[in-house]
Unconditional design. Structure first.
Lengths: 110, 116
């Protein structure tokens, strides 16, 4: 049950695009299309931004998109806005009802 | 409106026990897997446990196996986490979340502090 690997930080200017990676193994990210991405603002509970690799819940702007290639999933935020500044976490199903999270990425809007 | 409200977080001494509760509303609780996720102060999210709709299947992160027990009461729309043999490293905000491995709704969390 090792954590997924995310970069500790990412940044971009308003209007730009930024991509956050989430690297796992063939036993988790590589085997299942149950990768989710969560946004968390300071002092708040997380909210889901992407589920099943690339699906957006209703209410999430289409500026947020997800993808996966092999053992690495990615979250892309296009047209960065100030309110996108937050911590982002990926998670993956890892079989036997186990879930693994990434260490989190702090996104800064410059 | 889906709501998840946790309670039970306290300051407890190492080796002590605590039971967290989560009351759900706004959806048919008995048809969803449920989970507990925790976040240590200043740290990332960690999945703790999940439970099937009827309680027949449960899974835990290795670090809490044998010490924590997840359970549910569908008649009361409630999810529980019994925490025994608590350690300093269990200090965290504990969130109740809907679903087993893709969490679409979260509670606001309850703080558990393990310290002497």
């Amino acid at each position: 049950q090792s954590a997924l690997t995310q970069p500790p930080s990412a940044s971009g200017s308003p209007g730009q695009s930024v991509t956050i990676s989430c690297t796992g193994t063939s036993r988790d990210v590589g085997s299942y299309n149950y990768v989710s991405w969560y946004q968390q603002h300071p002092g708040k509970a997380p909210t889901v931004m992407i589920y099943e690799v690339n699906k957006r819940p209703s209410g999430v702007p289409d500026r947020f998109s997800g993808s996966k290639s092999g053992n690495t999933a990615s979250l892309t935020v296009s047209g960065l806005q100030a309110e996108d500044e937050a911590d982002y976490y990926c998670s993956s199903y890892a079989g036997s009802n186990i879930v693994i999270f990434g260490g989190g990425t702090k996104l800064t809007v410059l | 409106e889906v709501q998840l409200v946790e309670s039970g977080g306290l300051l407890v001494q190492p080796g002590g026990s605590l039971r967290l509760s989560c009351v759900a509303s706004g959806f048919t609780f008995s048809t969803y897997w449920m989970s507990w996720v925790r976040q240590a102060p200043g740290k990332g999210l960690e999945w703790v446990a999940n439970i099937k709709v009827d309680g027949s299947e449960k899974a835990y992160v290795d670090s809490v196996k044998g010490r924590f027990t997840i359970s549910r009461d569908n008649a009361k729309n409630s999810l529980y986490l019994q925490m025994n043999s608590l350690r300093a490293e269990d200090t965290a905000v504990y969130y109740c979340a809907r679903r087993g491995w893709q969490f679409d709704y979260w509670g606001q969390g309850t703080l558990v502090t393990v310290s002497s």
